[in-house]
Design a protein around this ligand. Structure first.
Ligand SMILES: CC(C)(COP(=O)(O)OP(=O)(O)OC[C@H]1O[C@@H](n2cnc3c(N)ncnc32)[C@H](O)[C@@H]1OP(=O)(O)O)[C@@H](O)C(=O)NCCC(=O)NCCS
Length: 146
């Protein structure tokens, strides 16, 4: 398993994983358009051409936001989510970014445990940020020295 930049050949599998993992998935078209977006950085965990997980982010003025992170249910608890977030932090650092902010559902304890393990801290809470079902979002952030 390697962590690599998302390419066109990965997009349909990433879109399938979005549908599998989220109530409001990004469309395949939206994901593909990120390949042309200079502000975006998306990584996949790949075994050959097969995608087991992915992470997506955008950076504006040195401030990065993580929009998506998912690992296929069959491949969870093997360190892939952790490798994706660490890979993203490395890639963003190389681009000059020194912080990463994200929202996570208040009930999503597995993801919160992962972010906590990687040194993210809660900096806020957005009431009713999520739909399907409606739920608060916790705002987490990690900063690092370049
Ligand atoms: C959250 C998610 C990406 C984690 O991916 P993963 O590959 O299973 O995570 P890892 O194996 O790298 O786990 C790293 C750490 O996260 C925590 N963790 C992950 N899954 C956990 C679970 N089900 N319960 C408790 N802690 C968990 C643990 O601290 C773990 O470290 P450990 O193995 O030393 O205990 C995955 O569960 C997923 O895709 N969930 C659905 C989509 C989602 O919620 N995305 C996040 C949106 S903000």
């Amino acid at each position: 398993m390697v962590i690599v930049q998302m390419e066109r050949k990965h997009v349909s599998q990433v879109a399938e994983l979005e549908k599998l993992c989220f109530a409001d998935p990004w469309s395949e078209k939206s994901i593909a358009s990120e390949l042309e977006n200079g502000l975006a950085c998306w990584l996949v965990a790949a075994e050959g051409d097969a995608v087991a997980g992915y992470v997506g982010s955008q950076t504006v003025m040195g401030e990065s936001d993580m929009m998506n992170l998912a690992v296929h249910p069959d491949f969870r608890r093997q360190g892939i989510g952790e490798a994706l977030v660490n890979g993203l932090i490395d890639a963003l650092g190389q681009r000059g970014s020194s912080s990463l902010t994200l929202e996570v559902r208040a009930s999503n304890l597995p993801a919160q445990k992962l972010y906590q393990k990687l040194g993210f801290v809660q900096v806020g809470r957005r009431p009713n940020y999520y739909y399907h079902p409606k739920e608060d979002g916790l705002i987490l952030r990690k900063e690092w020295v370049l």
